[in-house]
Ligand binder design. Structure first.
Ligand code: PMP
Length: 366
């Protein structure tokens, strides 16, 4: 297309999973269980739902661009002041902003190979040069190799912890050491989209690192544990000077009224529902992981609301067979893992439906 930037042409469009409506139309199935997008079946929680419904009546007016209330609530939760918080439309919005803040054409970025795909595309669109470090045999991120890949030109390191699609959490102290040893001009974007699902004490001490003025931006979202994926609201924690830069680069009204109302009400009044959902997801995660192991499959220990497992079969074919039985999962061939599947932890009933379908597929392929 004439006129489109060269760097833009090097990036690929996001490939979304199938929607329930698509599968229903294509296959005419009655029951469809979507476990392909790491959504939370328990959200939105009651106070968020009511606040969003009420806010619709105010959609003729712009939101408060200072985002005072929500920033205050996030600040209270994180133990930092509101001046350490920047909002965005989803974590994705903040990741895009990170590219705009840090990357000039020709700058280098370091990232693992099997991780959330957007880091790569954002970096390419900005004209940056990728240094991709393969995951280890055990699917873990090799922080040592990533550290070695940092040069004088490295502006950003993209770190997703716990990681999508593997579900693995890094050792917190190793992340802290990594951040503390960064050269002056290199920043880490620590994407903690799934952080709430990790066990207590399994995440690095972001607050301490930020207060030490390390080159760190932590990115979080209301899409996963807070069950508000459709509302599109995320945020970053960063030192106040950088928050000013982020707010300068972002669109001024980059979070909408309903999302702000929903996220604020959730943090104010839905904490109990949030905890209950989290407990349900974590206990189902353990049940499904054990059931998959009992089928003889290799299952990674998950710190997220999804499970990564490896089969002795082609994952795309298994996913297609599961789809024919009404279960949407995510085959991981695009990440370079042609025998692995990522499945979201749904309700107990959805998970049992998935396990039954997978059992049938494995029996058919015997
Ligand atoms: N980071 C990671 C690692 C993700 O998996 C996702 C969603 N799939 C996002 C960010 C984007 O989340 P949001 O819905 O907040 O834009």
């Amino acid at each position: 297309i004439p006129g489109v930037r060269k760097a833009v042409l090097s990036a690929s469009p996001y490939a979304p999973g199938k929607t329930v409506e698509e599968v229903r139309r294509e296959l005419g199935l009655e029951r469809i269980v979507k476990l392909g997008s790491n959504e939370n079946p328990w959200g939105p929680f009651p106070a968020a739902r009511a606040a969003m419904a009420e806010e619709i009546g105010r959609l003729n007016t712009y939101p408060d661009v200072s985002f005072r209330e929500l920033k205050g609530l996030i600040a209270r939760q994180s133990g930092l002041g509101p001046e350490w918080v920047a909002l965005s439309h989803g974590a994705e919005g903040m990741l895009q902003t990170m590219g705009k803040v840090f990357l000039d054409p020709g700058d280098e970025v370091v990232l693992p190979k099997g991780t959330y795909g957007l880091y790569r595309e954002i970096s390419l669109v900005m004209g940056a040069v990728l240094r991709e470090i393969p995951l280890g045999e055990d699917f873990s991120m090799d922080l040592e190799e990533m550290r070695k890949a940092i040069t004088g030109k490295t502006k950003l390191v993209w770190l997703n912890n716990p990681n999508n699609p593997t579900g693995l959490a890094l050792h917190p102290e190793k992340v802290e050491d990594f951040v503390r040893c960064l050269p002056e001009g290199t920043w880490v974007v620590l994407d903690e989209a799934y952080g709430e699902f990790a066990a207590q004490g399994r995440l690095p001490r972001t607050k301490a690192l930020l207060e030490e003025r390390r080159n760190l931006v932590a990115v979080r979202t209301f899409s996963k544990a807070w069950g508000l994926a459709g509302a599109r609201i995320g945020y970053a924690l960063a030192r106040p000077e950088l928050v000013t830069v982020i707010d300068t680069v972002s669109e001024p009204f980059n979070a909408n009224r309903t999302a702000i109302a929903g996220a604020s009400a959730a943090l104010r009044e839905d904490v109990e529902a949030f905890r209950k959902a989290l407990d349900a997801i974590v206990s189902e995660r353990e049940r499904v992981s054990l059931a998959l192991e009992a089928m003889g499959l290799r299952v990674l220990p998950s710190s997220t609301n999804f499970i990564f497992f490896t089969l002795p079969l082609d994952a795309s074919e298994v996913s297609r067979m599961l789809l024919e039985k009404g279960v949407i999962v995510r085959p991981c061939g695009g990440w370079g893992f042609p025998r692995s599947i990522r499945v979201t932890v749904g309700t107990a009933e959805e998970n049992s439906f998935f396990l039954e379908a997978l059992g049938q597929v494995l029996a058919e392929r015997k």
